[in-house]
Design a protein. Sequence first.
Length: 426
Amino acid sequence: MEAKLSRAFLSHNFGVPRGQPQLVLLCFHVRFVLGIIGIMFALDALWWVASVRIARPAVARRAIAIFSLTQLTGLSWLLSQRFSHSESTAVFAKFAVAAVFIWHMIILPLLLLPALMLLPILSAAVVVQSARRRHKSGSAPADTSQGLSRRQFLGVALAAAPPLLDLSLATIAIRQLNRFRVRRFILPIAGLPSDLHGLTIVQISDMHVGRFTSGRVLREMVRVVNEFRADLILVTGDLINDALADLDHGLELVKSMEGRTGVYLIEGNHDLIENGTEFERRVKQSGIPFLLDESAIVTVRGGPVQLLGLSWTRARENRDAAIAASVRRLMSQRLPETFPILLAHHPHAFDAAAEGSLPLTLSGHTHGGQLMLNEQCGFGPALFRYWSGLYSKGASRLIVSNGVGNWFPLRVRAPAELVHLTLVRT
């Protein structure tokens, strides 16, 4: 059971660092996972108790109990599915899982912050109310039905708002899961060989085949990719969401993509959650060009293009420095007579790429920030230097894709996307 826990839920920088003792990592992962799960269950229980206290009518309390039990059951079901490798991708199952994700990862944490801030005030109010009750206990009861009715209404409204918000966001999320856009860029590249003027690339990042990304949206993705008839199709990591049970389907999708001069793949952090070594072995055996700190030379329109594929950097401390070191090692394979393109799942690889004068880097990982208030405010800029779209440093260019798939059901101002690039000579 502990081994399954450790494989199933790592931090969002998933993957087992090479060279560290496996037993130490296992203990760390188990403690981390059990701690997160315990916090989720504890927050559920606290919300249930608090809501029952503020919602006095019996029908409201029963509704709260049903919702709370449903959330607890959903969380338990989600965990059991993950451990048994039997995740369902049916529409109702997606909706249920989306509601559990949104409740435990957005709504409950947001409720916790104001609750902690208001705790001294609420405690004082309880003390004052208790004192008033003791003072009036000997007097005749006054007619306070109107006031009680108003308080009951406010209590029910306060208790009902979070569950209604959760169900509303889950409904929006389910609609989003079947949608993606095509984002087009025309990139002027200084010194682009004349043979490569007009070279077209389709970048597919963060497919996350599995829990939330399955069925029709994946078939539509392949259809759109093939309609482009692009020179190159480049898959920049996170082919699967986490379960190796979905890998064969993911590989079939990649094999069905048609690029004029081929399809190339690198790994992302989600690919390594369950068993990174097994993932790499199976992808290598698939026959799809898979670049693990390796390069490949492909002739496009008569000109040589060198694809430099960066493996996911497993370091947990000083990650940016480790990524930069990996990029510099990979650049030692660079051939000066070719046009180089760096494929790196994490966008912070761009800093070292720009220092090395690489003209183009393609990345993903950020999901466009996932939850954004506007282009400059949200999880994107809070967590990453580069999170969506085009960035430049000198003559070097970086494209960060929002990703076409989903590990989390809800996106806000960070739509799923395929990226279509056209390189032009300047």
